[in-house]
Design a protein around this ligand. Sequence first.
Ligand code: PHE
Length: 356
Amino acid sequence: MNDPIPTPNFIGMLLECQQDALDAIADAEKSVDRLRIELLGGKSELAKLTKQIRLVPAVDRAQVGTVVNQVKQTILQALAARGTTQQTKTTLSFDPTMPGIEPPEGHLHIVTQAIEEITRIFERISFIRVRHPEVDWDWYAFGSLNMPENHPARDEWETFFIEAFPDRKKFPIRERTIRNRIVLTPHTSNGQVREMEKGVLPIRMINIAKCYRRQIDVSHTPMFHQFEGLYIDHEVSIGHLKGVLDYFAKQFFGPSRTTRIRPFHFQFTEPSFEVDVTCGVCLGKGCKLCKGGWLELGGAGMVHPVVLKHGGVDTTKYNGFAFGWGVERCYMMKAGTQLDDIRLLYSNDVRFLEQF
Ligand code: PHE
């Protein structure tokens, strides 16, 4: 064991050891970690040879030492190369037959869904959806609807006024009563006279728009939506109005829900009604949302002759009805929504919205 080894023999043993190591590394069976221990560890062939350097003639030991190092580097490089090729192999392994990862899919907001459903229901009875301004002259929101400046009836609509001071001298004198103050529309009734001004009769309008009132609680948000129906034709009666309301209630809420009509007062309809539907959360028993089992949908009535005149409609030939209901309220009253706080609709919480 301690016999001197001639230098060429020793270098031959080193090169053999290197070749064996490279063969072992090429063998895919063994893991890189195991190979590292077997080929470079304390018990490896290379370690044994390193210990035997002292048996080489002293003059050649430095040269032999360099070869030992070269062999070690070659083995290390081969191990490292196998490590990376294996890693690349795993990252590149791709099975095109695997099912893909579905990207998250959104949907229309439930209020938009409700608006579309309401539109479809009225389209079936020839009402046409129109849009009118959501920021409008006080005249269309109040004045033209038989509510002059400072009329107490205006208190019902907790209105946001816009701080805009239009230069009224720019308008012709006859228009100066119209172009006065500007409001965020507190209801969709501003569309009534605007629609009449188009001058096309008969009118079957469904105006769905944003409305704004200074109010917030479980059944109110400062911004909400209304849908306003307006029907102007010859000899229109309360019976026609009732028929349209019942038709809508059946289509939208389903047969288990009932409606009632109560006498009411609006400046712009005569006679006027308030329409209620049994609450969709408690179905008439009374709960935190509705209190008495009934939820108010909104108003309705026969269009006041003053309003028709403001819209340029000949009241000797035409009359009509109008109604204005809240979209969000209607949605909450629908069977199955179980929604007992209207503010959730605008809290932008995806966990809530994605349930629908
Ligand atoms: N604009 C009324 C409101 O906001 C509702 C209404 C519309 C009443 C049309 C009668 C006719 O309360």
